[in-house]
Design a protein around this ligand. Structure first.
Ligand code: ANZ
Length: 833
């Protein structure tokens, strides 16, 4: 007798699916379909080796949703591609002496082979690799569009520099201890001329549009985005510095405290500090230089640590407080950051703790300008004495026209006064910085800019794109602080065909976050050589309805994708401004409570799990382990248990086949089993849509059990209700175990593929109605009990109670004077003769 054999089943259906290509959707918006559409996307993989368990999990969840929506009658776009540029490929290539191209594409081939067996329902006709010139051509096109709009620009600035990898790092690639996330080296600051995208122009929209995603994205992710943008409202106040023609602006959230500003602090690494120090005595100059050197060894995170002992250098200059004409000393200190606000602050020691710590250390004056009370209504102790700055609500003092006002009124009034005098204005500051996109590495998209000898720049003509990456052979890829492309002489040097002028190509490559900031658009038209994507396709499919991926991308990838989407909107290519409508962040796959890694030696290999247990058992295990947002501990799951469940499900279809019955007269089937089947059909959609995949699997397990019971000790395998149940099981099971489901579907006499079958609707009349007992009292005595729906209305409850036979008997010919209804529990009837 035949038994469940996952290998045989995989071998049977893979070639059939490959022939059928059931998940391809035409790349032609003019092909009409009456169906609504869904775009379901998993964050695309990085080809660092074979697929790992994290991929298995994320792609399992994305695939459940893609398959679910097909079952609900949608055309579903579910594409796959590879994020194939980037440092790891290059570093691995350097280590092994192979071409990064070869290494990358070999890994992609391996991942493709694993995916083929794992069988997510991808549209393979749209596959893309960001390292293909056909893809990165459009990165360059986007760059040119941004350049045209003034959104791509170059500036010299201090950047995080990884001295081991010899490359620029983004802030979030620098760990809290100041080391590089990549190499572990202490990160230093270095001044470089770099390309930036002006994302700060979009800060307000990026912040405000998050409100549209409330309830659709995880709250944690929304908050991380908000904090990263970090908008603060306040004022910009201009201070004169004695001996300097131009005034210096500072940003403050507390313009109400201006009368309490007793000194000014500038960031040591700001241009202003350098300028003021240059005009000071040789002694101050030396002190300042030493202090600047020390500051540059510190990470931004260390500098923001409020517990640190304050340090600083007096710059031998004085500023003038614009509201009271007072001369205040100007200091340099590392707690002021060069690239936040204006890189200079008015220090109000009475009401800001950092300023107070600084004032107490360097014996600077502390002046209270807000009388702050504690919870009991008693005045807070003097900050100069207690060492505690008072930041709360209070009434203004020592502040001329602001005296007597509350903090908020004083903020408004102070701004008014500043604006009247022309020495300040309301202002908003953001934590968000412009996006540094240039990298001094080989394996990325070349920046399509030509430099002339006079220092001017020419964008490469659109018709000349792509600017192809030169071959790696012969180039020294080892990091050295400038791009390896600079040494590709033949590539770098270009003669302008019109003027004969010698031009050089920009040797930097783009941050790979550029590649991933718009790949969801390229999937719409991945085979179109004439445009980045077809706006008509975008109208049909985009935005992405469901995005699935790791929370490690909660900040940058999502922020950059949202930014580029808004740029595309402004350029008129699309009519929406948010790229991802719903998002699921899956948990991690752990082993014995720990993150798996090669170095810890606790790696569960996806490839070996796949060959040992098969795709279906692996996928069912991942889906059944718990809510998808939670971590899965591989030590706690049972892949064997999943395989047993699949065998039991499969055997139901097998038994039906053996029974020889082909009746589809479901209405004639066993009612008890039919009720269970229809309850499953009624409940599964809501569960799937709220990501309760584990509950759907549990319900399938129950259904398999009741069906088995019906076969063995009930109506028997030939009963049409058993077939009805088996079909429902196969259809819903196809979300999790496409091979077993397809095999069941075939045994039930259907053509492939079960994956495109629309879910049967639940028959309402077969659903188990919930019911409660309602008590009917007449003149204080319980006379009857009626079964009612828990949601019964007051009017219906009253009618039911009055109509209940025993209640009617008790009422007799007495007159009902009052009916008190407490639906659905009790109805109390009061009568009189
Ligand atoms: C005077 C003042 C008085 C301030 C007071 C606060 C309290 P957030 O909320 O984070 O935006 N600040 C401004 N620029 C800075 C920089 N480049 N580096 C370090 N600190 C800077 O913080 C804004 C406040 O942080 C500003 O308001 C300024 O100090 C400081 F009772 O100005 B405040």
């Amino acid at each position: 007798e035949q038994s469940y054999d996952f290998r045989a089943i995989q071998d049977r259906w893979l070639p059939v699916w490959e022939e059928l290509k059931p998940f391809e959707v035409p790349q032609d918006a003019s092909v009409q379909s009456a169906k609504p559409t869904k775009y379901v996307l998993d964050m695309f993989p990085y080809p660092s080796g074979d697929l790992h368990m994290g991929h298995a999990e994320a792609f399992c969840f994305g695939d459940i949703l893609a398959r679910y929506w097909r079952g609900q009658g949608y055309d579903v776009l579910h594409p796959i591609g590879w994020d194939s540029f980037g440092l790891p490929a290059e570093n691995a290539a350097i280590k092994r002496g192979v071409d990064p191209r070869e290494w990358t594409y070999a890994n992609i081939a391996q991942q493709k082979a694993s995916f083929r067996i794992y069988a997510p329902s991808f549209d393979w006709s749209r596959v893309l690799h960001t390292s293909d010139p056909e893809y990165y051509k459009w990165n360059q096109w986007i760059f040119l569009k941004m350049y045209e709009k003034g959104l791509a620009y170059r500036k010299a600035s201090w950047v995080n520099w990884d001295p081991v990898d010899q490359t620029v790092l983004a802030n979030e690639q620098v760990l809290a201890d100041g080391t590089s996330e990549r190499s572990g080296a202490m990160v230093v600051k270095k001044k470089l001329t770099q390309w930036y995208f002006r994302i700060t122009d979009y800060a307000d929209r990026l912040l405000e549009d998050l409100d549209q995603l409330e309830g659709k994205w995880p709250t944690k992710v929304l908050n991380m985005q908000r904090n990263w943008i970090g908008r603060s409202g306040g004022a910009e106040v201009e201070f004169e510095i004695e001996g300097r023609a131009e005034k210096v602006p500072v940003f403050t959230t507390r313009p109400d405290t201006l009368h309490g500003a007793t000194f000014m602090v500038v960031a040591p690494d700001s241009d202003l500090a350098a300028e003021l120090a240059a005009g000071a005595s040789p002694e101050v100059r030396m002190q300042f230089q030493a202090y600047l050197d020390a500051t540059q060894k510190q990470s931004e995170i260390e500098r923001q640590n409020t517990d640190r002992e304050k340090t600083g250098v007096f710059l031998d200059h004085f500023a003038v407080n614009p509201v009271n004409g007072e001369r205040i000393p100007v200091w340099a200190s590392d707690y002021v950051l060069a690239d936040y606000g204006h890189g200079a602050i008015m220090a109000v020691p009475a009401h800001d703790q950092r300023d107070l710590d600084f004032a107490l250390k360097f014996e600077l004056p502390v002046r209270v300008v807000v009388n702050v009370l504690d919870e009991d209504g008693t005045p807070m102790p003097d900050p100069a004495e207690s060492g505690i700055a008072t930041a709360g609500e209070g009434v203004l003092v020592n502040s001329a026209e602001l005296d007597g006002l509350s903090k908020n009124d004083a903020i408004a009034k102070a701004i008014e006064v500043l604006e009247e005098r022309g020495t300040g204005r309301a202002a908003t500051t953001y934590r968000l910085r412009d996006w540094l996109i240039s990298r001094q590495r080989y394996w990325g998209t070349p920046i399509p800019i030509l430099h002339a000898e006079d220092g001017s720049m020419r964008p490469v003509a659109e018709a000349e794109l792509p600017v192809k990456l030169p071959e790696a052979a012969g180039l020294d890829l080892k990091p050295k602080g400038s791009s390896p492309l600079g040494a590709a002489t033949e590539w770098v040097n270009v003669t302008d065909p019109e003027t004969g002028e010698t031009l050089t190509r920009d040797p930097d490559t783009m941050d790979t976050f550029v590649d991933s900031s718009w790949y969801f658009f390229r999937f719409l038209s991945s085979n179109d050589a004439t445009q980045a994507f077809d706006p008509a396709e975008a109208k049909k499919w985009a935005p992405v309805d469901q995005y699935v991926g790791g929370v490690e991308h909660a900040i940058l990838h999502l922020l950059y994708s949202r930014f580029i989407t808004k740029v595309m909107f402004d350029l008129g290519y699309i009519d929406f401004e948010e790229p991802f409508l719903d998002m699921l962040n899956q948990g991690m796959v752990l082993l014995d409570g720990a993150k798996m890694s090669k170095s810890k030696g606790n790696l569960v290999e996806f490839a070996s799990e796949l060959s040992e247990h098969g795709a279906d058992a692996l996928r069912v295990t991942l889906a059944f382990a718990g809510p998808p947002e939670d971590d899965i501990d591989w030590a706690d799951v049972s892949v064997q248990g999943s395989a047993k469940f699949l065998a039991r499900a499969w055997r139901i279809a097998h038994d039906i086949e053996l029974s020889g019955s082909t009746s589809t007269d479901f209405a004639a089937g066993d009612t008890g089993l039919r009720r269970a089947t229809h309850q499953l059909l009624a409940d599964a959609p809501g569960l799937a849509e709220s990501y309760k995949f584990n509950v759907v699997v549990a319900r399938l397990m129950e259904q398999v059990n009741v069906t088995r019971k019906a076969i063995d000790s009930g109506c028997g395998a030939a009963d049409p209700a058993v077939r009805e149940s088996a079909e429902a099981i196969a259809i819903i099971l196809s979300l999790f175990a496409p091979y077993a489901a397809e095999d069941m579907w075939a045994m039930l006499g259907h053509e492939p593929t079960v994956s495109l079958v629309e879910w049967p609707a639940a028959d309402e009349s077969l659903l188990v109605q919930e019911a409660v007992t309602m008590i009917v009292q007449v003149d204080g005595k319980v006379r009857d009990k009626v079964t009612v729906s828990p949601t019964i209305s007051e009017a219906d409850a009253e009618a039911q109670a009055l109509g209940a036979p025993n209640a009617q008997r008790a009422i007799g010919d007495r007159q009902v004077v009052k009916v008190i209804v407490r639906a659905p529990k009790i109805v109390s009837i009061v009568t009189k003769p």
